[in-house]
Structures are given as C-alpha cells and as structure tokens.
Design a protein around this ligand. Structure first.
Ligand SMILES: [Zn+2]
Ligand SMILES: [Zn+2]
Length: 247
C-alpha cells in the first residue's frame, strides 16, 4: 500500500482536535465520492454498470440529492431503476407462483406451513436494497485508514503521543480499531494500544456525557445564568460519539 500517501490525511485528522479522527476521514471521503459520482463519472460506462447493479443506501441517496445535481442523479437512478425492474421480473414471477400455490390449498393444508418462497423472494429484494456502491467504497477506504493508523502507531513515536492525547473515537470506530489491532500488532505493543484506546475512550465518553448532562441542566431556571461551558454543542457531539457521523 501507499503508506506515505495515507499517513498525511491521518495526521491531518488527528491535528483537527475532533471527537473522532476516523469520522473526519470518513466524512471527507464520502463528500469526495458524492462529488465524483455526480460529476464526470456519471458518463463512465464501467461506473454506470456498477451503479446499476448496486445502487445506493438511503444515506448516500440523500447526500447525492442534497448535493443538488438533479440531472446527474436522474441519469444514474434511471438506469439503476431499469436494471432493478429487470431483476424483479423473475422474482415477481416466482412470488406470484407461490401465492397461487397457497390459493389452491384446501382448509386443512392452509393450517400447515406456508410457502417458504414468499419470504425468500422478499429476502432477495432486501438483498438488493441492502447494497450501496458508496458504502462499499467507504468501507474499503476506512479499513485502509485503520491499517494506516495502526502502522503509524507501530512506527511513529510522535503518532503514539498524538493518539494518547486525542479524544478517542466514536463507538463504531473504537470497535473497528480494536478489532483490527491484533492483525497488525502483537505482544506488548498490542497490549499498550488496547490500554491506550480503552482509557481515552472511557475518559472522553465521560467528558462528553458530562457536557450533555450540563446541557440538560441548563434548562433548569436555577442554572439559567450559569455559563454553558462546553455544552452548547453537546447534543451533536454526543450523538456523533455514539453513532459516528450521524448529524
Ligand atoms: Zn468515528
Ligand atoms: Zn451507502
């Protein structure tokens, strides 16, 4: 991998003094993808074929809708819909056949098991709607950033210090780093990383929770004239700490 290319954005994210540096990277990547998908690549045949097969999740459809390029989104969505309708034809034929079989059953048979084909057809549709080309790209990118982070932890003393004095991660990224750690570190190094991320995660969850609690207490008239402290944006920080990049 291009280690030297990836370490720069990781360092930049750590310098931004945020609640989760991996969320900063995810947001930056997501915005680039949305731009890119609505831009030149609308006309790239290979990209279009991939979009037609996978489509986008609700979050990424919304991001593209909000980006304002209605024609780009319309072109992509149109061929994606056409392809999906093609795929549904066979599914619709099977589910209709299963329904017909049910209709033919006599009173006794109706008491028994219903056709497994109906929920199976529904599962096939859910499988289609569960895919997202942007989520797939983002997951690959985030795996690479987590790997880079662990590589930097192993090889750069400066980065170990930056990590130890950071505000931890959102819960999802905390778990992602924890899960990847044994693949890239071992022995004392692994133990040290686990100790560090666990300590900073709990400390910082507590810090944000205290800010959030003070936010709620500020609504008590007795606290009206007391200072907000760090609590004014505590709701967004708490939500994002619990579910990275939510708001
Ligand atoms: Zn995060
Ligand atoms: Zn998505």
């Amino acid at each position: 991998m291009n280690q030297h290319i990836d370490t720069i954005p990781v360092w930049d994210a750590y310098k931004s003094d945020c609640e989760c540096p991996l969320c900063v990277l995810a947001k930056k990547n997501e915005e680039e993808y949305v731009d890119n998908f609505l831009g030149a690549s609308v006309m790239e045949p290979d990209r279009r074929v991939e979009v037609n097969e996978k489509g986008f999740c609700r979050r990424h459809f919304k991001m593209m809708f909000d980006a304002g390029n209605r024609l780009g989104l319309a072109l992509m969505t149109d061929t994606y819909m056409k392809r999906t309708i093609e795929k549904l034809a066979e599914n619709a034929r099977r589910v209709a056949a299963a329904g017909n079989e049910e209709a033919k059953k006599n009173f006794i048979a109706r008491m028994g098991k219903k056709s497994a084909d109906i929920p199976a057809c529904a599962d096939e549709i859910l499988e289609l709607t569960g895919r997202c080309i942007l989520c797939e790209r983002l997951n690959t990118a985030m795996d690479r950033y987590v790997y880079t982070l662990l590589y930097m932890y192993k090889h750069e003393a400066e980065f170990r210090k930056a990590l130890a004095s950071s505000k931890g991660f959102c819960l999802d990224h905390y778990a992602q780093v924890m899960k990847a750690a044994p693949q890239h570190l071992s022995g004392k190094e692994l133990n040290e990383l686990i100790e560090t991320i666990t300590k900073i995660e709990l400390e910082n969850l507590n810090r944000v929770e205290k800010d959030l609690e003070w936010f709620t207490l500020k609504f008590d008239y007795r606290n009206r004239d007391k200072p907000w402290g760090n609590s004014q944006d505590a709701v967004e920080r708490s939500v994002n700490k619990m579910r990275g990049g939510a708001v």
